[in-house]
Design a protein around this ligand. Structure first.
Ligand SMILES: C[S@@+](CC[C@H](N)C(=O)[O-])C[C@H]1O[C@@H](n2cnc3c(N)ncnc32)[C@H](O)[C@@H]1O
Length: 940
């Protein structure tokens, strides 16, 4: 067959509706192909500029490959030079609903909502936030026409969400109401406790700029963020499949067990082969370990020749040395053989063992020379890429495929003209199935034996493990099945084009303060090595990820937690520059180590963001719990951070280190915090309004800006009490307090935050909450306290409860009048103690030995005493010659704070180097002092 003739016969030009004039960035073209050709030429010239090619994260690939895959100016497989122009164009358009008094509270929604959506499933990725989840964020924070940035866009779901905010059906599917005028309403609890629908957003598309380091990611994002001629796509794809069937359909022929009837292969299970250590017989793992009667795989089994007891661990692999005509070299690879075949005769499916016909057929296929381009790139050295090399000798990209599937996929690939409008979608269609068509795909023996269907899966996600029972699925069958599903998805995508750039988000060419909202879902430390896993897609695309600025922890890339933090800090600094003042950024953060969590927190603060809320998604309860402790990171978290508005930053420069500067900070910060949080109708405690957390925020802000802290914790709390309004242990602005009071009347009592005790600071917080509700004696507190100590950090010296109480709280001795707090508790909870005066002997007796919270006016003395004791311990740490294994974290924190005030950065660094790395990395406060001290020392 002459492929070229065939392509001409069915050119995209003839079937595409590409005849209407289009206007792009102010230029009108006769049709879209002209638009693309014009901007491709501009980009071609740009690629000659060596400075342009030095931009961080510039992909690895030839100019032609980059130009082929790009669709400029919308999508470039390199830094997109038109971002600024698009932003100017978008900004220029009057926004119908622009609010001058933009005010939003932090928001957190289920980031896994919508995982069954066909859009979500059209192309997999190693981690993905469904567009439906992101839509909730966009509807909360933005208005139609607002400009959004996702700097770690992966598959571009933020762009899809931005389009879908204009799709009435999609918005309704989230459980909102949409009015005829476009107002979007959500259900809330009204002041009288009943449910009411209130307007909170408007229907209309938002505009998105999407950036990712990986060409595989931006390629997927591009295909999710454009409108194509779906009929033309389906027609072309169907035509390709017909050609493949004609040319290569015989490769999936097999014989039914009757030895006569022809069947079509659905998939083949290839089994690893080992050598029996006793008799040297070749062991086909499937044949010898699978018990078809008991329907299970045995871990231990016997050699069918000598009877020796065998297990996978006891045996060496069988290796074959063969000539690889793709790389023109002799290679040594682990032996895998066709073993089990699933095939169809008509509509009926059968299983059989591979027979001689199947073996001969494959030998014939192996003999056919490729006349198409086959990706043969050498695997880059990496954490995941080492796995298939070690286990199966798979050193090059093509080796991830059987010869049959490689021939067919590369044949389809050779049909695709990327410069045509639907070319990219065709490639998307095959790349989406890439992993399932490769040798990574495996037989899930649980489902196979259980008979529940879905026996074949895509292998161990997030890795490049080659399974022992690898599956070769029919390309023709799979692509046929996927086609109508993908066509439906493509038909439902929005009209507008979002802009996509391939580069590192450490530096983006867009003007300062140009985005209304940022949604960020960054890599989480060492969880997933995106560039390594994306390699298998990128070999089919051309350009590859430039890993230099990949924000991950990966020992082979020589990136530890510090390098990760530094890269994330650069990305957040850039995000900070790009966000409009007073606007929000959401950072989605998944389950991982506390050190990575702290790196993200530190990087955020370092960049200038102020965190207003961290919510943990409790999937079991389907609710959000506020989190205050880094060690409690066990689930998906959503961080809401804002960029303070210009007015505040300016004022702070003048007022820093004065009382007014601090009050201004608190006043501004309180405005961004939620006034009320409910769970199951009950009002929740908001930790960000807690005086100690407000103090920590204020300190962090001063330190990052390079100022000394002008006030002690005690003075701060005193100032808070004087200038703001306290409710249930939280601080509010006057109008917020009024709102809180009103809502509380209709909602019932505030529930208390349950604190996880793991160190001295959290223990103090826990006791504070306990005795605030109920002043009690040592013998009452002690058993409750003991129960809390299970999670105590191993490096933190154990503290006696007595010592904690003595240093932080007061005990009523029965000699003077009963303190107000105890009096209030006893007279409300004990009928017979009601209306008794504070000096009544009965009341005094009942109150004696109860611990209570110090009055803010007197608490200062207590704090000074405690600080003295802590500093004494810190001096010991300073003088210690050896590394510190167990110590008091509070003493180190207090010591660091004092050293900072005295500009004694050397002490901070010296003591920091004596404490275990993980403790430093897992404590945001210590990390902050240490980072800052290192920076200052560098600057001296
Ligand atoms: C968690 S994934 C994002 C997934 C995305 N939210 C989705 O729904 O598909 C993180 C992404 O960050 C990208 N990445 C890593 N370092 C980067 C950097 N310096 N700049 C931009 N992107 C980067 C990776 O390629 C990866 O696609």
């Amino acid at each position: 067959m002459n492929q070229q003739d065939d392509m001409n016969l069915c050119t995209d030009q003839s079937i595409m509706n590409n005849i209407n004039p289009v206007t792009c960035l102010g230029i009108t073209f006769a049709n879209d192909a002209d638009r693309r050709a014009y901007f491709t030429n501009v980009l071609r010239e740009k690629l000659q500029d060596s400075e342009f090619c030095k931009i961080g994260g510039f992909p690895i690939g030839s100019d032609e490959d980059i130009l082929n895959l790009s669709d400029p100016p919308y999508y470039t497989v390199c830094p997109n030079p038109w971002i600024t122009e698009f932003i100017a164009e978008w900004e220029h358009k009057p926004k119908q609903f622009e609010g001058h008094n933009y005010h939003r509270e932090p928001f957190a929604a289920d980031v896994s909502e919508g995982k069954n959506d066909p859009i979500y499933n059209a192309h997999s990725y190693h981690t993905k936030v469904p567009h439906k989840a992101i839509m909730r964020y966009l509807l909360h924070y933005t208005q139609p026409g607002d400009i959004i940035l996702d700097g770690f866009c992966g598959t571009g779901m933020t762009g899809v969400a931005a389009q879908m905010c204009g799709n009435r059906e999609e918005v309704l599917s989230l459980g909102y109401q949409v009015k005829a005028d476009g107002a979007i309403l959500q259900e809330e609890i009204g002041e009288d406790g009943t449910k009411v629908w209130t307007s909170f957003s408007r229907l209309g598309e938002r505009r998105a700029i999407l950036s990712d380091l990986s060409p595989a990611a931006t390629f997927i994002a591009y295909n999710y963020n454009r409108r194509i001629d779906v009929m033309a796509f389906e027609k072309k794809a169907t035509h390709i499949l017909e050609q493949v069937e004609k040319e290569y359909g015989w490769m999936y022929d097999t014989l039914h067990v009757d030895g006569k009837t022809k069947g079509k292969i659905n998939y083949i299970v290839w089994s690893d082969v080992f050598i029996c250590p006793e008799c040297s017989k070749e062991i086909n793992l499937w044949n010898e370990s699978v018990d078809e009667i008991q329907r299970c795989v045995n871990d231990i089994f016997s050699c069918s020749q000598c009877g020796a007891e065998l297990s996978k661990k006891k045996m060496d692999r069988a290796w074959v040395t063969e000539y690889d005509d793709v790389i023109k070299k002799t290679v040594k690879v682990a032996k895998q053989v066709q073993t089990l075949i699933n095939y169809s005769v008509g509509t009926k499916r059968f299983f059989k063992k591979a027979d001689e016909h199947d073996i001969k057929l494959y030998e014939r296929i192996k003999g056919i020379k490729f006349n198409t381009n086959v990706p043969s790139d050498l695997l880059p050295d990496g954490f995941n890429t080492r796995q298939p090399i070690a286990s199966h000798g798979v050193t090059h990209a093509h080796m991830f495929f059987t010869r049959r599937n490689l021939a067919i996929i590369s044949y389809i690939r050779s049909y695709i003209d990327l410069t045509s409008n639907i070319g990219s979608t065709l490639l998307f269609w095959i790349n989406a199935a890439n992993r399932n068509l490769s040798r990574l795909s495996k037989l899930g023996t649980g489902n196979y034996f259980g008979g529940g269907g879905g026996a074949v899966n895509a292998g161990v996600l997030g890795t490049l493990y080659l399974p022992s029972f690898s599956v070769e699925s029919s390309v023709i069958k799979m692509m046929k099945e996927r086609l109508p599903k993908l066509a439906r998805v493509m038909a439902n995508l929005g009209e507008s084009k979002n802009i996509i750039t391939t580069q590192s988000s450490t530096l983006l060419s867009a003007p300062d303060s140009s985005f209304d909202y940022l949604f960020i879902d960054p890599p989480f430390g060492s969880n997933i090595n995106y560039s390594e896993l994306n390699f298998l897609w990128e070999v089919w695309l051309g350009p590859k990820t430039n890993i230099i600025e990949e924000a991950i922890e990966n020992s082979i890339q020589k990136k530890g937690i510090n390098e990760y933090r530094q890269l994330m800090t650069l990305c957040f600094k850039e995000a900070y520059r790009l966000l409009k003042p007073g606007k929000w950024m959401t950072v989605e953060f998944s389950n991982t180590k506390a050190a990575v969590w702290n790196s993200i927190q530190t990087a955020l603060a370092e960049a200038g963001f102020i965190v207003a809320n961290v919510s943990m998604l409790d999937k079991k309860l389907g609710s959000f719990k506020a989190v205050t402790t880094p060690t409690a990171v066990k689930q998906d978290l959503v961080i809401s951070a804002y960029k303070p508005n210009d007015g505040f930053e300016e004022r702070f420069k003048q007022e820093a280190q004065t009382g007014e500067g601090i009050l201004d900070f608190v006043r501004t910060h309180l405005k961004y915090l939620p006034v009320i949080k409910r769970h199951k109708g009950l009002i929740q405690f908001i930790p960000e309004r807690d005086p100690r957390i407000l103090f920590d925020q204020m300190v962090a802000y001063h330190v990052r800006k390079g100022y000394t802290i002008p006030i002690s914790s005690q003075e701060f709390q005193f100032a808070l009490a004087q200038h703001f309004i306290e409710r249930d242990g939280m601080y509010f602005l006057p109008d917020q307090a009024a709102e809180y009071d009103q809502k509380k009347i209709s909602s019932g009592e505030a529930t208390q935050l349950s604190i996880f005790v793991y160190d001295e600071a959290s223990a103090i917080q826990w006791i504070r909450q306990l005795i605030k509700l109920k002043p009690q004696t040592f013998s009452d507190i002690n058993p409750q306290f003991m129960q809390q100590l299970g999670g105590w950090s191993k490096n933190e010296s154990k503290l006696d409860l007595r010592e904690l109480l003595n240093q932080n709280f007061l005990c009523y001795d029965g000699k003077v009048d009963v303190p107000e707090q105890i009096h209030a508790y006893l007279s409300t909870n004990w009928k017979d103690l009601r209306n008794l005066l504070k000096d009544d002997p009965i009341l005094r007796a009942k109150a004696q030995d109860r611990w209570y919270l110090p009055d803010p006016n007197k608490a200062g003395d207590l704090e000074k005493l405690r600080e003295k004791a802590l500093l004494k311990e810190f001096v010991e740490y300073k003088q210690a010659k050896k590394k510190l294994k167990v110590f008091r974290l509070e003493a180190v924190r207090t010591g660091f704070k004092k050293a900072w005030q005295e500009r004694d950065y050397n002490t901070i660094v010296t003591v920091a180097e004596k404490i275990p790395n993980n403790v430093l990395e897992e404590d945001p406060k210590l990390l902050m002092w240490y980072d800052q001290a290192i920076t200052r020392m560098g600057a001296v």
